[in-house]
Design a protein around this ligand. Structure first.
Ligand SMILES: Cc1ncc(COP(=O)(O)O)c(C=O)c1O
Length: 385
């Protein structure tokens, strides 16, 4: 989260004064407005605001009917929640390499497709857009679904379309560390009416049929699910954050472009699938060797990260996944389910060497939309030295 202030305070106060936090109401209807505002800004038919980005991923997979017996391809470089969402629906995450753009490698993805594969989850990690044309082609060729994990990429785009709206369904996150935040929160995006119906039922299964007329026009019947319902307080803050989103992205992109233009003769940057749509939260430099990347971080006085050191974002550190503990109850554990017995993977630490090599040769510098000219000049000077 980059910007927050008086407007968010006033939005929260408005809800507290109204004394109604429940999503379905005849008063402020903050959740309903937030969803409409996301649909308009993102250009998609349906948005469901819920408790988290992972909740949105699980709801999307559920709505697509993915479960035991199915494989879902996820990138080797993503937050553990992507793979855990697959396990939560009883399916098996198949881990594919990430490429030079830091995002899921379409070539390795195709190699990992089997007769059990049901979906691909491209993750727009660090706000870097995935090669969505390639994944749409694969999805068509092999009859697969696409669930875009845009949790780190609120508002970014690929060839003019907002990330999260290109596949069958997508997920945004509004936790503390995202482009915009309402404390905790997420949104499921989809253009498919039937996926919307199933996700709405699943994410609020104890209440959706009892409050308001939410299911009046539904063709789907009620089924058992979970409770990921959001509330008016989060939605009120989120609405202000949504109104800030494009301004934040424009300033991040200006900062990133200024630095890249001024340094392109001195260093290499990672390639992008769509630099215009990149959220620009991160400047990513590419070196020929891990040693050069380390040497760079030791020379500059900037805050730098080598992504190979980011732990939870790399498959080999996803301990419950790697050690195949998919659930507490053995009968609910996808790694022990009868339906999955033919697809139990052989995960091991060095299974995605290309990703590990790329992560070790990359250096991140975090950007901020409110960096001053002096801050920007300092980064340029440090990189160039
Ligand atoms: C790539 C990715 N996917 C999913 C999530 C889950 O989002 P949340 O924390 O809102 O559940 C995150 C959160 O950090 C993420 O970075």
């Amino acid at each position: 989260m980059y910007r927050i202030g008086q407007e968010e305070k006033e939005a929260a106060a408005r809800v507290i004064d109204a004394k109604n936090f429940f999503k379905v109401n005849d008063g402020l209807k903050e959740v309903e407005h937030a969803e409409k505002e996301i649909e308009e800004k993102f250009g998609c038919r349906h948005a469901i605001v819920m408790t988290s980005g992972k909740a949105a991923l699980i709801s999307a997979l559920t709505a697509l009917g993915i479960g035991p017996g199915d494989e879902v391809i996820v990138p080797a470089y993503t937050y553990i929640a992507t793979a855990m969402a697959v396990l939560a629906v009883g399916a098996i995450p198949v881990i594919a390499e990430s490429d030079e753009t830091m995002t899921l490698d379409p070539v390795d993805t195709e190699k990992k497709i089997s007769k059990h594969t049901k979906a691909i989850m491209p993750v727009h990690i660090q706000g870097f857009p995935c090669n969505m044309d390639a994944f749409c082609t694969l999805a068509e060729k092999y009859n697969l679904k696409i669930v875009e994990d845009a949790c780190q990429a609120d508002g970014g785009s690929y060839k003019g379309k907002r990330l999260g709206t290109i596949g069958d369904a997508g997920a945004l996150s509004f936790n503390q560390y995202k482009v915009i935040s309402c404390g905790e929160g997420g949104a499921l995006l989809t253009n498919e009416d039937i996926l919307f119906q199933r996700a709405l039922i699943y994410h609020d299964s104890s209440a959706v049929s009892f409050f308001g007329n939410q299911m009046d026009s539904f063709s789907e019947s009620m089924f058992g699910g979970v409770e990921y319902r959001t509330n008016e307080l989060n939605a009120a803050v989120l609405r202000v954050q949504i109104s800030r989103l494009d301004g934040i992205l424009a300033d991040l992109r200006r900062v990133k472009k200024t630095i890249m233009d001024s340094c392109k003769d001195a260093v290499s940057f990672i390639p992008s699938n769509d630099i215009e749509g990149d959220c620009a939260t991160t400047l990513a430099l590419r070196f020929d060797s891990a040693a050069e990347a380390v040497a760079f971080t030791e020379k500059v006085t900037l805050g730098t990260t080598i992504p190979i050191n980011t732990g939870k974002h790399i498959y080999k550190h996803w301990t419950p996944v790697m050690e195949k503990r998919g659930a507490f109850h053995p009968l609910m554990d996808p790694f022990k389910m009868e339906a999955n017995k033919e697809i139990i993977p052989d995960y091991h630490e060095n299974m995605c060497p290309k990703t590990l090599d790329i992560l070790s040769r990359t250096v991140y510098i975090g950007l901020n939309p409110d960096m001053s000219e002096g801050d920007i000049e300092n980064i340029i000077r440090e990189i160039r030295k």
